[in-house]
Design a protein around this ligand. Structure first.
Ligand code: PHB
Length: 247
């Protein structure tokens, strides 16, 4: 890719533009995009116009810019996330129907838990998880499971810190976290009350590909003091079903 006089590549600038969008910040003006991506105004206008032309970005009626549905279309084609989500959905729906709280599927992605799917009931309690959103590995129940089964070098990188505190109950002490992860590998699940929010408890299990490596975490978010045994049983049955269909 051709480089600009400042030395950053076209691809790098496009990625910076796309990354200014978050699960909370879904529409922006071109000026906001340019500022957040660290681009001169003229470059931001030109790049955004080109990306709109290509369908990777879209403009709404107020000329604010959003991620284009074409980007979603391309990302969905044969990505590892899509196959996993498709295999998991029927089992997630069963968990959801029986537990009637939030059910999530997450994968380990660049040192965080990335959520591929979330099912919820209208009456379900609090949950900050967003589809295509991320949570720290040391805080969310899914993250703890993903970290417990992560390759050694990746786990050590996370344990070396910093370990962010999402709530006062998030485990941020490396030694305590290490012990917690060993317990997860021993038990095959985690129950994490208050680790993200005081009002809820995350329960998560690993999802394997057949009898092979852990490829995802399946979790439910329950009200803090709800019983967890029934949900855990459903999660385990679902994870076994997903593992068989991924084989
Ligand atoms: C969790 O996975 O532990 C979790 C996620 C989102 C919440 C609460 C708990 O809002």
């Amino acid at each position: 890719m051709a480089n600009s006089p400042s030395g950053d590549s076209v691809t790098g600038r496009i990625v910076r533009v796309l990354e200014t969008f978050t699960t909370e910040r879904t529409s922006q003006t071109v000026a906001e995009i340019g500022r957040r991506a660290g681009l001169p105004s003229s470059t931001a206008h030109r790049l955004v116009a080109e990306l709109v032309e290509a369908g990777l970005l879209e403009r709404d009626a107020a000329r604010r810019v959003r991620l284009g549905i074409r980007l979603w279309e391309l990302a969905g084609r044969g990505s590892r996330a899509l196959g996993l989500r498709q295999a998991a959905l029927p089992y997630m729906e069963r968990v959801q129907a029986r537990v009637r709280e939030h059910t999530q599927l997450a994968v380990l992605e660049h040192g965080e838990a990335l959520f591929l799917e979330r099912l919820s009931s209208p009456a379900a309690g609090a949950n900050i998880t967003r589809i295509a959103g991320r949570l720290p590995l040391n805080a969310s129940s899914s993250g703890l499971v993903l970290l417990a089964y992560a390759p050694d070098d990746e786990r050590e990188r996370v344990l070396a810190g910093p370990l962010p505190a999402v709530s006062p109950e998030t485990v941020t002490d490396p030694a305590e976290l290490r012990a917690r992860l060993a317990a997860i590998r021993r038990d095959g699940y985690v129950v994490a009350p208050g680790s993200i929010e005081a009002v809820s408890t995350g329960v998560a299990v690993p999802v394997r590909r057949g009898s092979g490596p852990v490829v995802a975490a399946l979790s439910v978010v329950l009200p803090r003091d709800a019983p967890t045994a029934g949900a855990l049983e459903e999660l385990r049955a679902a994870a076994a079903g997903i593992a068989r269909s991924l084989r």
